[in-house]
Unconditional design. Structure first.
Length: 250
């Protein structure tokens, strides 16, 4: 769980809110709109709305509404194509949402938020989520990177961890994940940076260092190449997503 907020939405206007984490939206009324795949979707209050990672979508607001949103990630092996999904907002999900909001903070309401998210994911159409079965040697590397994405990782060290030659690891890793080990590491670091840019007020230089870049220049260059936006511009997107800039919990 990255962030959980329930607040009155007075402004919500962005051409593209693509980010490397899941979003769950629950609305108390009509008025919020998402544009995705050439369609305009009204976020109706009788549905829970799930937006998969790296889905390019825009937003608009026709009138103010109260919005609950949750940002979260799943295990690295769980995959889903980009998309916006409406699932029925059941009485059980409503009760868990009420418990989560009543808890007061994301920390004290953590279990309730997680149960709410799991119920929503369980309602997705069959086949939306898939679990990758990974070679144990590659899985060791993935787990190692996931544990400390900002640490110093070299191809030689990762190959030694997998008990393989470097070229053999590259071939197997690409076969299993579609990426080389170092490309996967860069993607994981940028995903972590997106989280920190959106959900913290840490300085960009500090974030660059925290996710494993030697300086802000190389961080910005890599971020722009992979996300088609600078870190500073990505951070400003949060100003258009809630009146509280996604930093308050009610």
């Amino acid at each position: 769980m990255l962030h959980c907020v329930t607040a009155r939405l007075e402004k919500w206007a962005s051409p593209n809110l693509a980010a490397p984490y899941w979003r769950l939206y629950l609305m108390s009324g009509s008025g919020a709109v998402v544009r995705w795949g050439g369609r305009t979707l009204d976020l109706r209050s009788e549905s829970a709305w799930l937006i998969a990672p790296d889905t390019p979508f825009g937003t608009a607001l026709r009138q103010s509404v109260t919005q609950c949103y949750v940002h979260f990630t799943l295990a690295p092996g769980v995959m889903s194509p980009p998309g916006v999904h409406a699932v029925p907002l059941t009485p059980v999900m409503r009760r868990w949402h009420q418990r989560a909001v009543a808890a007061g903070t994301p920390e004290s309401g953590g279990i309730a938020w997680q149960v709410l998210v799991l119920h929503a994911l369980d309602a997705l159409p069959a086949g939306t989520l898939s679990e990758r079965q990974t070679d144990p040697r590659v899985q060791r590397v993935l787990t190692h990177i996931e544990r400390e994405p900002g640490a110093v990782h070299t191809l030689g060290k990762l190959a030694a961890l997998a008990d393989m030659h470097e070229r053999a690891l590259i071939r197997l890793f690409r076969k299993e994940t579609g990426d080389t080990p170092m490309a996967f590491l860069r993607a994981r670091r940028i995903a972590l940076a997106c989280d920190l840019l959106h959900h913290s007020d840490r300085k960009i230089d500090d974030i660059a260092a925290a996710v494993g870049f030697c300086d802000r220049y190389h961080f910005t260059k890599t971020f722009r190449r992979m996300r088609e936006i600078t870190p500073a511009a990505f951070r400003t997107l949060r100003k258009d997503t809630s009146p509280a800039h996604e930093h308050q919990q009610r």
